[in-house]
Design a protein around this ligand. Structure first.
Ligand code: SPV
Ligand code: MG
Length: 295
């Protein structure tokens, strides 16, 4: 089953459709299941930012790797889309990453993303965040370790633009990571317009697919991303749209309940308990009850 998910994702990256493959962020098995239920997303993004936010702590290597691993494993149990796991820096150096690879592989993950920042990382989107990069050879070591020690796809993410190092450095890093065996390059930007990313994509000479996370430049449709990058961007990651959605929804409901002094008004606005039971897999438990419990 794990191999099937890896192949499914590999195929999505290969297929040149009207739009790129789209991965949606999740931060727990329920949100992952809802991504799958939406029937249209190609993968789950097991986001470090979303997980950190769900614990109300910064996305800065604060959450333990085992917490991320457990979230990711449990997401794989309740839905069947390929999971792209956000391994940040690889949780340390290439040795730390080497120990993580078999665990993520056993969890049924289809692809991992590692980024070329120093450990501990800071969020790419943070204003005045601490952004320093490891050397190219050091990061190539991480890619090689990940490729050698597992069969998951390895997406190498360069933070050169995030760190303000410019296009030439970003390109140099992207190409060096391809040389080390990366299956795709994630190029990240926090500019408010897509200009910087589009410039990188135009210059990208390689057949290796590109991945973007357009949180800070949301204005392009998926189709436009494909067209404007000559199909070079094969995967778009919606990096934080689950945690931001629930933040808005919870605030709205809580406010309404307090304003109205009761829960009646929100009843028609929120998922019925029956719906939640379904998401919990109640039908599966019913089958077990019928089969194995004394009548
Ligand atoms: C995440 O969702 O954890 C990411 C994307 O890595 S970003 O937050 O933009 O760095
Ligand atoms: Mg992350």
């Amino acid at each position: 089953a794990a191999l099937r998910r890896i192949e499914a994702l590999r195929e999505k990256l290969r297929t040149l459709g009207l739009r790129p493959a789209v991965a949606m962020a999740a931060h727990n098995p329920l949100s992952a299941k809802l991504v799958a239920e939406a029937a249209g997303f190609d993968a789950i993004w097991a986001s470090g930012f979303e997980l950190s936010a769900s614990y109300a702590v910064p996305d800065a290597s604060i959450i333990s790797p085992s917490t991320h691993l457990e979230m990711t494993r449990a997401m794989g149990e309740v839905q069947s889309l390929p999971i792209i796991a956000d391994l940040d820096t690889g949780f340390g150096n290439a040795v730390n990453l080497a120990y993580a690879i078999p665990k993520y592989e056993a969890a049924g993950v289809a692809a991992i993303v590692i980024e070329d920042k120093t450990f501990p990382k800071d969020s790419s989107l943070r204003v005045d965040g601490r952004q320093s990069l490891v050397s190219i050879p050091e990061f190539q070591g991480k890619i090689t370790a990940a490729k050698n020690l597992g069969s998951m796809l390895v997406f190498a993410r360069t933070e050169a633009l995030i760190a303000g190092l410019g296009q030439a450095e970003a390109l140099k890093r992207g190409l060096a990571y391809v040389e080390a065996g990366a299956d795709a390059i994630l190029i990240h930007s926090k500019q408010k317009t897509p200009d910087e990313i589009l410039e990188f994509c135009r210059a990208w000479p390689n057949k290796v697919p590109l991945i973007i996370v357009p949180t800070s430049y949301p204005q392009l449709s998926f189709e436009e991303i494909s067209t404007l990058t000559q199909g070079k961007v094969r995967l778009v990651i919606c990096g934080n749209h689950s945690i931001r959605t629930i933040t808005t929804a919870l605030r709205r409901t809580f406010k309404q309940i307090l304003q109205e002094g009761g829960i009646a008004g929100v009843e028609s606005e929120i998922a019925p308990v029956r719906d939640v039971f379904n998401l919990q897999g109640d039908a599966g438990m019913k089958e077990l009850e019928d089969k194995y419990l004394l009548k």
